[in-house]
Ligand binder design. Sequence first.
Ligand code: HEC
Length: 136
Amino acid sequence: MFNLSFMRKHYLMAAIIGMVASASNSAAMAGVDEKALFDTHCGICHAMRPPATAAPPVLGIALHYHDAFRSRDEAVNHMVAFMQHPDPERSKLEPAAVKRFGLMPKMEIGTDDLRRLAGWLWDQYDPQFVSPGTCK
Ligand code: HEC
């Protein structure tokens, strides 16, 4: 009887330690992972800052999304919906952006990754950044 409860305790402890370790691991890797995801799926069209390549730079998008939304959650929801069903009517950029670059193609990647990318993009906002105004 003693042995059984001893083993149970140990098992429980090991399980808790394992959970804590994996939670802190994924938190520590979150930032790195998102930039890597961006480089893989988005970097081919989006540069981080001007000059623009095939699409508006990340800093410009973050600026427009901070103008359009108060909360990170709302902005993330909108970005994810846009990436799954791009629609010029729902663009939060200058209307000229879609004319200049064309509409973004639909992203065929998982919703979880899209949410992480959208949150990461929102967090890139830099209040010092001034749009070069080439999309008016
Ligand atoms: C094939 C090129 C291409 C790829 C790949 C691409 N984008 Fe875009 N993206 C565009 C273009 C062009 C625009 C500007 C026109 C528009 O808004 O549709 C844009 C606009 C956006 C916008 C602003 C949407 C709006 O108008 O409100 C967001 C947010 C965005 N991209 C995020 C991403 C993320 C995150 C990825 C990677 C998962 C990505 N894009 C991959 C071409 C691309």
